[in-house]
Ligand binder design. Structure first.
Ligand SMILES: [Zn+2]
Length: 244
């Protein structure tokens, strides 16, 4: 693909837009990224619509060529993580550089590269004639801030715009030369705990072994979150997890 300029250029253009969803100063860049995607989808014959998000809108695109054919919905996100710390970049994060088979830029591997592969794959299919399925895309702009609107959008449009037979998530990765199908994505749950016992430093000769050291209490707490097989010990943690 890297040698095919027509397929590569749209990705490079998108990578140049600093669509950082977490930072207020990039709000106009977020819009720029949306406009770029809308323009790209329209040029391929898709019908597009902006879906209102709580913070940043999502881009929806639909190419239904035949109602009798099944429909594949492809998910991606156009927002990226902030590029800091900047001094660790060997090339500027929003000036994509192509070296051998790799592209270096913020978002190239998460997730602009991946959803652009899907868009360009559809472009290639269209060049060959009528594709065997209908295509829909939803490219959101809030993935890096916890996908705060995707659940309500999915509910709101599940019977019409987002109705599909298959759903593909582009937001995964594969090792070089090892094609893979991801069958499960994990999440995270984080919390910050501050613990203070005494209000000032205590003399070890007088208080040692008597007063609790917060470090030990926190270590005890952390060591009790999982058993030695990695299973979470928090009561009811697995209560709503369906078995495969
Ligand atoms: Zn991602």
């Amino acid at each position: 693909m890297l040698s095919d300029k027509a397929l590569l250029n749209p990705l490079l253009q998108l990578l140049k837009i600093p669509s950082v969803s977490t930072q207020e100063e990039h709000t106009s860049d977020m819009e720029k990224a949306r406009k770029y995607l809308v323009h790209l989808f329209n040029s391929l014959g898709f019908k597009t619509k902006i879906l209102k998000g709580k913070k940043h809108d999502a881009v929806f695109a639909n190419l239904t060529t035949d109602n009798r054919l099944p429909t594949t919905l492809i998910y991606g996100h156009y927002d990226v993580q902030p590029p800091d710390p900047l001094e660790e970049w060997k090339t500027p994060p929003f000036e994509p550089s192509v070296k051998d088979d790799d592209i270096y830029a913020r978002g190239s591997a998460d997730n602009k590269g991946q959803h652009m592969i899907h868009i360009m794959a559809v472009k290639k299919l269209l060049e060959k004639g009528k594709p065997p399925v209908n295509f829909k895309f939803i490219i959101e702009g809030e993935e890096e801030i916890g996908s705060i609107s995707i659940e309500s959008l999915a509910k709101k449009y599940s019977k019409n715009l987002l109705l599909c037979d298959y759903l593909m998530v582009s937001d995964t990765e594969m090792k070089k030369n090892h094609p893979s199908i991801d069958i499960g994505l994990r999440g995270l749950l984080y919390t910050e705990i501050r613990l203070q016992t005494a209000d000032h430093d205590l003399h070890s000769g007088v208080y040692g072994g008597v007063a609790e050291n917060p470090v030990n209490i926190l270590a005890y707490l952390i060591s009790n979150l999982k058993d030695n097989k990695g299973r979470v010990l928090i009561p009811n943690f697995y209560k709503d997890v369906a078995s495969l």
